[in-house]
Design a protein around this ligand. Structure first.
Ligand code: PCA
Length: 324
């Protein structure tokens, strides 16, 4: 009888000591572990694991190691993974509204990009909710500039160049400048440039720096075309099944991650642009002539986006303009 009582006591103790139902949430991320998006994701994961007392352990998988970028959203939607991070404008082909942050020259600074995001957020949350996805946080990339092998002073100089694209807007930019778009994930960029699959791209100083593109390319023009964002999303069924206490921890960690990510993006901008120059690249603004040509192309792309995104797109732009 004594043994039985002891056994009961021991079982009760174990029940108290062990976390209720420990779960592991694998979190695929598309960009290199050293990139600040991945660093922020790792901090977010740690915050959740610690805050939930280990009930939810988030394990990040950077560099597209679990799923390549293009498959991450679908993997979360279908419950193959509970959570993940994705460049949302990568899904412009699915719904033009997802491309609101890649409309050329609409928001070209961190301040404006934050206002544009606030203007778009309710609609984006609604679209994601219809796809069984719950938005947790979003972090911007630094302003997008143009990378080339040779000096480029006009759109005519771009004719026939193989241009690495990462969403519809970047592919369209290639078409409108007479270049040849080729889709390449960030994780594959260095190889694509080394092998000649791609010869140019539009991206941030951060991505060029992470991928050491000075090994293949020589010019970075600070065009400040737009600032796209990465989004961390959770499967809505998983979210519904999460306790209120753990939801509160995750939401709090997401707020911290968004805040930290925004600051890191700003700091990383100068650091990486300097890094490109230190790597041997010529870094600076585009010529006045090229800037004017790109502005005109931006107007075409803005009109096309508004046409494709309809009333929702117009409402986002109106809300953004009202906040400026
Ligand atoms: N880097 C990502 C998206 C935007 C950016 O700055 C990329 O090039 O894939």
């Amino acid at each position: 009888m004594k043994t039985f009582t002891n056994l009961l006591a021991a079982t009760a103790l174990t029940a108290v000591a062990a976390p209720a139902m420990a779960e592991t949430w694998d979190m695929p991320m598309a960009y290199s572990a050293s990139n600040y998006h991945s660093a922020v994701g790792a901090e977010f994961a740690k915050c959740v694991t610690t805050g939930t007392g280990g009930e939810i352990e988030i394990v990040t998988h950077p560099s597209g190691s679990l799923f390549p970028g293009a498959q991450i959203k679908r993997a979360i939607q279908t419950g193959q993974v509970p959570i993940g991070e994705r460049l949302l404008s990568g899904h412009q082909n699915e719904n033009a509204v997802f491309g609101f942050d890649s409309v050329p020259f609409l928001a070209t600074s961190f301040e404006d990009s934050a206002k544009l995001y606030e203007a778009a957020k309710p609609k984006i949350e609604e679209i994601l909710a219809d796809q069984n996805l719950t938005l947790l946080y979003a972090v911007p990339w630094p302003p997008q500039g143009l990378y080339f092998k040779d000096e480029v002073t006009s759109v005519a100089d771009m004719e026939g160049i193989k241009f690495r694209s990462y969403n519809n807007a970047t592919a369209r930019l290639a078409e409108l400048t007479g270049m040849l778009p080729v889709t390449v994930e960030a994780a594959e960029i260095s190889q694509a440039f080394a092998t000649g699959v791609a010869e140019a791209m539009v991206s941030s100083g951060a991505t060029g720096y992470d991928r050491k593109v000075w090994e293949s390319l020589s010019y970075f023009y600070e065009v400040n075309a737009w600032l796209p964002r990465n989004y961390v999303m959770v499967n809505s069924d998983t979210w519904e099944g999460t306790s209120d206490a753990n939801k509160a921890v995750i939401t709090g960690c997401a707020e911290l991650a968004e805040y930290a990510g925004n600051w890191r993006a700003r700091e990383y901008t100068g650091f990486t642009v300097e890094g490109l120059a230190a790597g041997g690249m010529t870094v600076g603004p585009a010529s006045d002539g090229l800037t004017a040509e790109l502005q005109a192309i931006g107007e075409t792309m803005t009109a096309e986006w508004l046409e494709a995104a309809g009333e929702d797109g117009a409402a986002i732009i109106d809300a953004f303009k009202a906040a400026q």
